[in-house]
Design a binder for this molecule. Structure first.
Ligand SMILES: Nc1ncnc2c1ncn2[C@@H]1O[C@H](COP(=O)(O)OP(=O)(O)O)[C@@H](O)[C@H]1O
Ligand SMILES: [Mg+2]
Length: 455
């Protein structure tokens, strides 16, 4: 029987009818045979198309990651990592052999001002293939050139991963691996975020955390701020129950080099919070954008605005002087506690000139705790000295001096500072640190007097 007929429903009545009509007639049989072949071919073609679609639908799975999602950066970093590993044996990163690569450069800025740039080759826009856990994966990176993300001007991008359906579980494995890699890269590190259009984006590589104890503040100051922040973070429910916005503002003020920025960085690191840097004088930052940024801060992050006094006093806010930046003072106050401002936020402000701040800014609700970090006190100088030179025979120490001697020298340092202060002079913690870095203990005790400046 021809394939066309065999695909008819097997109905007893119709079958007996057909066979009784045609079964004995050879001409009919031949004609039907030919027609059957034709129908059969077209059915076969339909079946092929259908099965390709079905194959795509049933046997392939795709995963789309857009660059709005954090997984996008994780995935590219993960790919870049595999590329880096592949320099030894190329099997791990077959896309190295593809012809479309793009470069991902990260900058690492060190405290002393030096920096280095790291280049990673990642798969560029186009189609690539890779093998992961014995599964072949097609990686298609596409850039939408026509539309750009609102405000940030970054083109939309997607990476689409496609693999066989039976291997679908590799996606979650792959994403988990990429995420774990990102988490490990940040472990023990401080992540700095900066505005990127309307969004916050990590800036540079995560930095090594600075121990909180390494910032030596006047007696009790460090604990006071730390306790306040911790207490606030514990009391979220208390705020929610009372319908109070869950926000707190801190102002650290005092002369340059007293440890304001260092302390805030160290504190964020010690609580495993990110630090979001906001520069109010930045070009193109206007009131509406500021409100948006401040009400959309990343989870577990502190906002840091340095030198708040400078943002509004420097210039007249016209665009005639070429300045496009137009955060107004009232706009800033609104962003801090207006109706549209975010529900949840910890904000740190710093200034060298608290006397220049408008009283409206430092009232409770905007600034809840204001702490002076001043020039070195005698006791601070001693503690910094002991922190620097103590620790005896640890690796990297220049001298090996027993702890008692260090303590004794520390008390000498304390006395020198006391005497100089009585003469109306001052020294910053930054200046002390600067000298300790390049001096032996004896030189430090000797030279400390030269650092003092008139008030
Ligand atoms: N209280 C301090 N304890 C330890 N180091 C300090 C202290 N104050 C300043 N420094 C050092 O001086 C430098 C400048 O400090 P920084 O935090 O930028 O001061 P500020 O922000 O108050 O101007 C940093 O390298 C920091 O390590
Ligand atoms: Mg500073």
């Amino acid at each position: 029987m021809s394939p066309a007929l065999s695909s008819l429903p097997a109905h007893v009545d119709s079958r007996s009818l057909v066979s009784s009509l045609l079964g004995d007639n050879p001409y009919f049989q031949a004609g039907f045979g030919l027609m059957g072949v034709g129908v059969g071919l077209s059915v076969f073609r339909q079946a092929m198309i259908f099965s390709t679609v079905a194959l795509r639908r049933r046997m392939l799975v795709s995963l789309e990651i857009s660059n709005k999602d954090p997984a996008y950066d994780w995935f590219l970093a993960w790919m870049a990592h595999r590329t880096a590993n592949a320099n030894t044996g190329s099997a791990a990163a077959p896309w190295l052999r593809s012809h479309q690569l793009s470069v991902q450069t990260s900058h690492e800025q060190r405290k002393n001002g030096s920096s280095n740039a790291l280049f990673k080759l990642v798969a560029g826009p186009g189609t690539h293939w890779m093998r992961f856990r014995k599964a072949w994966i097609q990686v298609k990176r596409e850039r939408e050139t026509r539309s750009q993300q609102l405000m940030s001007g970054i083109p939309w991008e997607t990476v689409t991963l496609t693999t066989l359906s039976r291997d679908r579980n590799v996606f979650s494995e792959l994403l988990r691996e990429a995420r774990d890699m990102a988490v490990v890269a940040q472990e023990g590190k401080l992540v700095i975020q900066i505005p990127w259009g309307l969004e916050w984006k990590p800036f540079g590589l995560p930095r090594r955390k600075r121990p909180l104890k390494s910032v030596v503040l006047a007696e009790g100051a460090s604990e006071r701020i730390e306790e306040d922040v911790k207490a606030f973070l514990r009391r979220r429910q208390w705020y929610v129950d009372r319908g109070i916005p869950y926000r707190r503002g801190y102002l650290l003020h005092g002369p340059p080099g007293s440890g304001k920025s260092s302390f805030i960085q160290a504190l964020a690191g010690s609580l495993s919070y990110d630090l979001c840097l906001l520069n109010l004088s930045e070009r193109g930052l206007a009131d509406d954008k500021l409100i948006h940024l401040l009400s959309n801060t990343p989870e577990r992050s502190f906002v840091l605005i340095e030198d708040v006094d400078a943002a509004f006093n420097k210039r007249v806010q016209t665009s005639e002087d070429g300045y496009q930046s137009s955060v107004t003072f009232s706009g800033f106050l609104n962003a801090l506690d207006g109706v549209a401002s975010g529900e949840e936020r910890v904000i740190f402000l710093t200034t060298n000139h608290p006397e220049r701040l408008d009283p409206a800014l430092v009232r409770p609700g905007r600034v809840d705790l204001s702490v002076l970090l001043d020039d070195a006190t005698p006791e601070q100088a001693r503690r910094l000295f002991v922190r620097f030179y103590g620790g005896g025979g640890e690796d990297g120490a220049w001298e090996h001096i027993d702890p008692q001697t260090i303590e004794k020298m520390g008390r000498e340092v304390e006395e020198v500072v006391k005497r100089e202060m009585k003469l109306g002079k001052r020294v910053s913690m930054a200046a002390l640190q600067g000298m300790f870095i390049r001096s032996t203990t004896a030189e430090a005790v000797q030279g400390i007097r030269t650092l003092f400046m008139p008030k």
